[in-house]
Design a protein around this ligand. Structure first.
Ligand code: CP3
Length: 342
């Protein structure tokens, strides 16, 4: 069943539970490391042929039920006017962080075909390569998560600069998130027009916020993105981590599928969220580095807690880590398919 991932997103019956992984293309794979020896991460992202090849690597090796476009959530900040690079071992480095009203004013809204045409070209050729045999997921970063990189200048442990701006300069904060939300909305619309079968919004770090602050400072901007996308008819996955106390607010902001991380058992998540939304998750990525019997037991437990009602997509609670063995990943794919037949 080529479309079991899309069917599960729409809460329709499936033969077996669909499974794919965040960061299913990446350093844990020898095939990816071979390409990375020759090209930098941003070169891969900016060259459609390379992005297509890397996207297809895990589809061939693992038999997953969806492909995810190889790109990065930070790509749109460059056409907005913010230069950045990936420093070895450090993650993203933003040259001049965005910390005041003048810097927010300078940020540009751009036409995705002009600013990120190479990504849309990759989407188009992936649609042709995948030939309706595997659905393609497009994606973008959510405003809070993108803002945190713009403000902090890179990764952060406590998001102090981000929260300082949010609490002390709410006008600047809202202007920044409004711009990011509009850029992301246009970018996702363009990915869907180019052929993405589904899209995922990554709000990876929003679990840093208390529910009342999420509702006040973030939810309206996420809603701006997600409310319009529903009309496209493609499934929209709304993802975050550390979101145990935010799930209902995230659901209310929009999306047909909610990402749930390993801190919340899926039966509890589904009871809280009701039947109007599908769920995606939620194995702890480190279980892929645990003994095989423990991994097997925890895979089965995720399936059991998800229950037999339609609307579960198996995934990790966050991305695959570089130290993971590809065999463990393949083991999970096969076990999910073998142990979830309806
Ligand atoms: O999931 C996939 O297979 C698709 C590709 C993908 C990448 N980044 C490629 C990548 C996706 C979906 C992302 C999203 C992304 N990028 C997020 C949200 C998802 C999440 O993990 O929460 C974030 C926060 C980023 C920003 C980013 N990109 C960081 C913080 C880093 C460095 C982290 C690290 O592990 O070194 C990256 C680099 C990056 N983006 C890699 C990959 C495969 C690392 C591999 C490399 O350097 O070659």
């Amino acid at each position: 069943m080529w479309d079991r991932f899309l069917r599960a997103c729409r809460r329709e019956p499936v033969d077996v539970t669909p499974v794919w992984f965040m960061r299913q293309a990446g350093r844990y794979m020898a095939e990816y490391r071979a390409i990375r020896e020759k090209y930098k991460l941003l070169e891969i992202c900016r060259t459609p042929e390379l992005a297509v090849e890397v996207t297809l690597q895990p589809v061939r090796a693992l038999g997953v039920d969806a492909a995810i476009l190889f790109a990065d959530i930070l790509l749109p900040i460059e056409p907005m006017g913010v230069a950045f690079d990936f420093a070895a071992g450090e993650g993203p480095v933003i040259e001049r962080p965005v910390t005041d009203a003048a810097a927010v004013d300078r940020l540009r809204l751009f036409d995705p075909e002009e600013g990120l045409g190479h990504v849309l070209a990759a989407v188009r050729s992936l649609r042709a390569e995948l030939d309706n045999k595997t659905p393609l997921i497009g994606f973008a970063g959510a405003p809070f998560t993108l803002a945190s990189y713009l403000i902090e200048g890179g990764k952060s442990s406590n998001y102090a600069e981000t929260k300082r701006l949010m609490y002390n300069e709410p006008k600047v904060w809202n202007a920044l998130l409004e711009k990011l939300a509009e850029v992301v909305r246009r970018y996702l619309v363009a990915q869907i027009a180019a052929g993405a079968h589904a899209v995922q919004l990554f709000d990876s770090w929003v679990g840093q916020l208390a529910p009342n602050d999420y509702a006040a400072y973030v939810q309206p901007h996420v809603r701006h993105i997600l409310s319009g996308l529903g009309e496209s008819g493609v499934p929209v996955i709304h993802f975050g981590t550390g979101t145990a106390t935010l799930l209902e607010l995230q659901r209310d902001a929009g999306g047909s599928v909610l990402g749930v991380d390993w801190r919340v058992p899926l039966d509890q998540a589904r009871a809280r969220l009701g039947n109007g939304v599908a769920v995606q998750g939620n194995l702890d990525p480190l279980l892929l580095q645990a003994p095989r019997e423990l991994l097997a037991a925890r895979v089965d437990e995720v399936l059991e807690r998800a229950g037999k009602l339609p609307g579960h997509i198996f995934n990790l609670g966050h991305g695959i880590l570089p130290e993971t063995s590809p065999d463990a990943v393949k083991f999970v794919v096969d076990r999910v398919h073998a142990n979830s037949s309806r």
